[in-house]
Write a protein that binds this ligand. Structure first.
Ligand code: APR
Length: 249
């Protein structure tokens, strides 16, 4: 009897875990009017379900990206690295820029963890590999693939918020450094405008050595600019809807 009770409890928990994740996915997806969220869910699931959670290469998400391609608006693209909070505080309050997390796939999967298991058709949200536990985990591969698609679609003047409170604001192994910068294409992208977010204890400025490496990675023909901007100034502009986007920094 004990085994039956434990078994049923475990079954109910698993079922619950599986359903809640899918419900979150679908309800976040449905905020994007006109999307076929069931179809997008199936394209998502096929990437990792039934697979070893350390062997999900980013290409497994090709069908998902094809089902819901990011369509960023030219001149409004915002990339970032190590500045997630300040960037999203700004983009939530002001309609000036769009990040990957504002696109369908990015917003649906932001802050979620998921994985599959060999021999199972379920989605798990606990016991999944962490970001650095193994390279080809389902979450990391998704963000690599989605970021690649976002950068491929970038056009016009692109903005990137980097962190001036760390010694290497441009980090070659970050997603921004290893994927996005490399994929900006000069036939579509006119310029990359770095906003280096500084605080009282400014550690890096626009002359930082890592930013020289960033310029070397850029496709020739893409203009590069860098501006140091205080975090408080960004926060003020976020809270001042009267101020034109172009006057924030
Ligand atoms: N552990 C857990 N999560 C991580 C880790 C890690 N070691 N590294 C990165 N992440 C995830 C987190 O969700 C984190 O908030 O990636 C996010 C961004 O990581 P950063 O190192 O701050 O930045 P970066 O790797 O450059 O990625 C940001 O990629 O998401 C796209 O378009 C987006 O331009 C943005 C860039």
């Amino acid at each position: 009897l004990v085994f039956v009770i434990v078994g049923v409890a475990l079954g109910v928990t698993l079922r619950h875990e599986n359903d809640t994740f899918q419900e979150t996915f679908i309800s976040r997806c449905e905020k994007f009017k006109g999307s076929d969220c069931q179809k997008i869910w199936r394209a998502f699931e096929q990437a990792y379900v039934g697979r070893d959670p350390c062997n999900v290469p980013m290409e497994e998400y090709n069908p998902l990206v094809a089902a819901a391609p990011p369509q960023p608006a030219c001149n409004r693209i915002m990339l970032w690295s190590k500045t997630k909070d300040v960037v999203h505080d700004f983009t939530e309050k002001r309609d000036c820029f769009g990040t990957l997390e504002d696109t369908l796939l990015g917003s649906v999967l932001d802050d979620l963890t998921w994985c599959g298991k060999e021999g199972s058709s379920e989605t798990f949200t606990t016991g999944c590999p962490g970001w650095t536990d193994c390279e080809k985990n389902p979450v990391r591969s998704f963000w690599y693939r989605a970021s690649a698609a976002f950068a491929d679609a970038a056009c016009g003047d692109v903005t990137a918020m980097l962190n001036g409170s760390i010694s290497t604001p441009f980090y070659p192994t970050s997603i921004f450094g290893s994927i996005e910068v490399k994929r900006l294409n000069s036939t579509r992208v006119k310029s990359l405008n770095v906003v280096l977010v500084t605080e009282q204890n400014e550690v890096a400025n626009c002359t930082n050595a890592s930013l020289k490496d960033l310029q070397k990675e850029l496709d020739k023909g893409i203009k590069y600019n860098c501006k140091e901007v205080e975090k408080s100034q960004i926060e003020e502009c976020a809270s001042d809807p009267q101020k034109p986007c172009g006057a924030c920094w």
